[in-house]
Write a protein that binds this ligand. Sequence first.
Ligand code: FAD
Length: 315
Amino acid sequence: MRYDVIIIGAGPAGLSAAIYSARGALKTAVFEKAMVGGQITVTEEVENYPGFEQAISGFELTATMRAQAERFGAEFIEEEITAMGMEGLCKVIEAGGKFYRAKSVIICTGAHPRLLNVPGEERLIGRGVSYCATCDGALYRDKTVAVVGGGDSAIEEGIFLTRFAKKVIVIHRRDELRAQKIIQERAFRNPKMEFIWDTVVQKIHGETRIEKLELVNRKTHEISMLPVDGTFIYVGILPSNELLESRIDLDTGGFVITNEYMQTNVPGIYAAGDIRHTVLRQVVTATADGAVAAWSAEKWIIENYDSFEVESAKQ
Ligand SMILES: Cc1cc2nc3c(=O)[nH]c(=O)nc-3n(C[C@H](O)[C@H](O)[C@H](O)COP(=O)(O)OP(=O)(O)OC[C@H]3O[C@@H](n4cnc5c(N)ncnc54)[C@H](O)[C@@H]3O)c2cc1C
């Protein structure tokens, strides 16, 4: 099977890339190994994607993106891509025991927050357990929230949460933060922020919503309960980069390095969305990346395939 563009991953980045690519009359296939829509499908209320005055569910938002891409002819293939040959002009993709060829590939495999891996956590995601203050912070106006972690993201997001929450309690496993000093100082000066040191969360309690955190002090082994309305977990974000060979340049965190055209170091291969080395991981940035990547892929196909006369760029 031959395509102009193969997109790996049908989260917001892949869906947007598919809309732009298919609308540009490129033969486009989008591969998805789990759920079309990506990470955002678990979110009940997306309040910050432009164009929706009222919150929209992540599922509904991305289902509409899919319908939009299909209207322009994008093909969705619900298979995991397990191998990718990047050499030469023609890229070869393996999924479900079959081989697919493409002139250009856009990697939109996304990322996922590192979980604490404690009882109650996965069950209460979207019901008080969150990994994204930018996304969910505004839902906690005048509430008490906990932030788990001590690095830059945890403390910056904790400070951000004080705009809404009446109290932000940072729970950190050590007796000092890892965040940059300037960020720490801002946090210590903030009257809404409190700190619980040398402590880890060992269980998250709640039936239909989060109710309290079960904490254990690592030095005294004392167990305590902390009632909260929400908990934001920042113990790291992991790129979904298992597929990428050593040929794609990654940063130290494992995210794909691109230029402003979303181009990787391998000609004809682009990356968009959360998998990319970037400063903000949101639906709006993922869709913007996807649009740029599809535009760049089209330019690349026209330039290279016209000059090599392999096939018409537009089938
Ligand atoms: C709980 C939560 C709440 C959030 N709330 C908001 C919010 O309110 N507003 C906002 O703007 N952002 C929010 N975000 C962030 C937003 O979800 C992400 O920034 C966005 O989904 C990134 O899109 P993406 O397409 O780059 O990656 P993803 O959404 O991660 O999609 C990547 C897709 O690629 C697929 N994939 C991976 N590898 C393969 C493979 N080998 N073969 C086939 N498919 C593959 C995955 O299954 C996945 O579906 C939230 C995130 C979380 C976790």
